[in-house]
Write a protein that binds this ligand. Sequence first.
Ligand SMILES: C[S@@+](CC[C@H](N)C(=O)[O-])C[C@H]1O[C@@H](n2cnc3c(N)ncnc32)[C@H](O)[C@@H]1O
Length: 312
Amino acid sequence: MKILLTGYTASDLFENAKHGKRHTASWLTPDVTCHCLDIYQRHAIEKVHHAKAICSAHLPEGPWDEIRFRTGPKLMSGELSLDILQEIHLMRPARFVLDYVGRERDKNDLLDKIRKDPDRVRDFSARWKASVPGGPEVEFTSFPGCFCHRRRDEGGLALAEVVARDLQAREKAGGLRLLDMGCGCGLVGLLVASQVKGISLVMADSHSRAVEAATLNAKAQGVDAEIVLSDNGTPARMDGTFDVFAGNPPYYSDYRIADVFLETAKRALKPGGVCYTVCKNAAGLEPVQRRYFPDVEVVKRRGYAVLRSTRS
Ligand SMILES: C[S@@+](CC[C@H](N)C(=O)[O-])C[C@H]1O[C@@H](n2cnc3c(N)ncnc32)[C@H](O)[C@@H]1O
């Protein structure tokens, strides 16, 4: 009996997971594989449950005797739910359980979208454009699950504009090495690369669909970038090798993730390298950034604050 769980977090699988207890939910048997879109969840599930977990942009190949999918309006976007449901439908598991967190009516609406037209295969990817001043229009593809699917993020754009402008003012900017952490579909790194020719680019994200989109977008733009799936910074072999760090971290969980970004920036940058982050309001992030870089300059752009610091 091969069972696939998707959409479950470590704490869903065991209510005490948050407290670090190592009990295993009774249905997490050796036949069960947990699928996660974000590598953070894969690590959390492996750590707490010692269960088999896979992180990938799409469901792992079957055949599966049973697939259980946990979703709901508070857990993921309707488009991502439908995309995953379509993947499950195309895999034709012997048994399917929809563990829906929400109203029965919404659950049936979601299932009806597949039931009413079972042969239709929808494409949920989106293509949209962005550019930095003076640079070419760059086309991006994004997928449900990617941050800002279907549109550019103004904070990310502000960050790309400030980094591109600063680098253009430098001599020999083409030889520099840039790390775009939390790259999403590659907005910041690829916009900078469109303006600063010959830059060497590394992009990192914890979400498998972001990595898939960034890889596709770099290829479409002819940029030879290295793209890393990671939730704990770049690999040690990259420490001290970057001239520029750019990050637009998520600001939930009390700057905990911004902290991971800044810790990575400090490790990854060469002495004299420059760290750029962006947020809506500098007041919250500035003290966090100062823990890693004593000097922080705030550059206002598009209603956002770009924080710039130089590694000593
Ligand atoms: C606010 S989005 C920015 C995306 C893109 N840079 C932009 O500006 O449009 C933050 C990104 O950070 C990623 N992320 C969250 N935690 C992370 C971690 N620990 N390590 C790497 N990336 C992470 C998310 O998956 C998301 O793609």
